[in-house]
Design a protein around this ligand. Structure first.
Ligand SMILES: [Zn+2]
Ligand SMILES: [Zn+2]
Length: 126
């Protein structure tokens, strides 16, 4: 829980989260403070993800001793074959040398089928 406001000593905060940082504004006097909301485990995961999935990164397939670099690939074509699967990716990184592919859940699109059999796309992570 949050401490009471230093200025008016009330505990009536309104919160907003922006890129992992919590901004708290006192509803009573308008005083505002911010603090990091991420816990350590989440932070670590985020760093690893960022380091791994970036255009121009080294392939990193040590088993292949690959010196290639990663580049974004995308395929937005809607085909029956794609729709039959339960998800697809908007884009992914592909090594320009060995062809290894790297997927990030950020770009994962789930296919949701309603009772009429209609499929709608929904992002796996918002
Ligand atoms: Zn206040
Ligand atoms: Zn490679």
């Amino acid at each position: 829980m949050m401490r009471p406001c230093e200025k008016c000593l009330k505990n009536s905060w309104a919160f907003k989260v922006n890129d992992g940082v919590v901004h708290a504004t006192c509803d009573n006097c308008g005083n505002s403070v911010e603090f990091k909301a991420r816990d350590k485990a989440e932070n670590k995961k985020e760093i690893r993800k960022k380091r791994f999935f970036q255009e121009g990164d080294k392939c990193g397939r040590r088993d292949r001793d690959c010196s290639g670099t990663l580049h974004w690939k995308e395929d937005n074509e809607i085909t029956a074959k794609r729709l039959e699967k339960s998800y697809h990716y908007e884009k992914w990184l592909k090594c320009n040398k060995c062809g290894a592919t790297f997927f990030d859940n950020k770009y994962k699109i789930l296919h949701e089928t309603d009772s009429n059999g209609s499929i709608r796309f929904r992002k796996a992570i918002n």
